[in-house]
Write a protein that binds this ligand. Structure first.
Ligand SMILES: [Zn+2]
Length: 277
């Protein structure tokens, strides 16, 4: 059933997206015949092109660090999970924020991770932050689960065409809402992973309305690896060794998250499974 929902989502997003999505498929599916092949991870290197992102006192640009880390991360995730890995950009080009999430939705991604580097006026500011969007999970949410399940029955009962508009709205609402529960867990794995790799201060897992995460129909987080405005962090984050350590650690976190997903520990109910939280 989950495959069906993802397929439907992909169709919906392709139909509704309108604008062409400038994104790139990096690599093939090395894990097609591996146990973990049925997963797709989209990695979003922040900024790009004319948008350099934050710039450090030494002139290092955020967009360069994010792309380097993302490329290493893509290789590591492929190796550790067998997942298909896609990047929203693979070179120094700008991709609008909304297109990044739309790309992940259209590909039926299981995980979306946006890579960034922070900046502050103070050169002493440092630390790692991981963000996710949060919608309230209340009894109303439980009601939508029921509505959603009724919609799925209609789909299976061949009334999909008649109920398409209502069902699509319910489906998108539910999928986005339920993905936020899992985003919280993903953020909880990403944050300590980056801390372990960098030795930076823990600024915590936080919630905020990042446009690049808005509308993501899968667990989605944005990680700020450190502060490029801090001369030491700028130098550290620019080093290939540090970028490799961060990528390896992030890949471990994604592999653990993916393992939990497959075990059904955090699966909240796109199918008829009952909710656990
Ligand atoms: Zn950024």
């Amino acid at each position: 059933m989950r495959r069906y929902v993802k397929l439907l989502l992909a169709v919906l997003c392709l139909v509704s997206a309108g604008a062409p999505v400038r994104a790139f498929v990096v690599g093939t599916r090395p894990g097609d015949d591996a146990p973990g092949a049925a997963c797709i991870v989209v990695i979003d290197p922040g900024h790009g092109g004319e948008d350099s992102g934050a710039v450090g006192p030494g002139g290092v640009e955020e967009k360069t660090i994010t792309l380097n880390v993302a490329k290493r991360l893509a290789d590591d995730v492929r190796e550790k999970t067998g997942c298909v890995v896609l990047l929203t950009r693979e070179d120094d080009t700008y991709v609008p924020l909304s297109e990044r999430t739309a790309f992940a939705n259209s590909r039926g991604a299981d995980v979306f991770i946006s890579i960034h580097v922070n900046a502050a006026r103070s050169r002493t500011a440092n630390g790692v932050e991981t963000y996710f969007l949060s919608f309230d999970a209340t009894d109303d949410d439980a009601l939508r689960v029921a509505q959603f399940e009724n919609g799925v029955v209609r789909v299976d009962g061949e009334t999909y065409g008649e109920a398409a508009d209502d069902l699509n709205a319910i489906l998108m609402d539910m999928v986005i809402t339920e993905s936020h529960h899992r985003s919280s867990r993903l953020a909880g794995l990403i944050q300590p992973a980056v801390l372990a790799a960098t030795g930076e201060e823990n600024r915590g897992v936080k919630q905020a309305p990042f446009m690049v995460l808005n509308g993501a129909a899968m667990p989605a987080v944005l990680v700020e690896l450190g502060f490029i405005s801090n001369p030491k962090s700028e130098k550290d984050l620019s080093s290939a060794d540090m970028q490799a350590r961060i990528a390896a650690s992030l890949a471990d976190a994604i592999a653990r998250f993916n393992g939990g997903q497959k075990a059904g520990k955090d699966y909240i109910g796109l199918s008829s499974r009952s909710r656990k939280d």
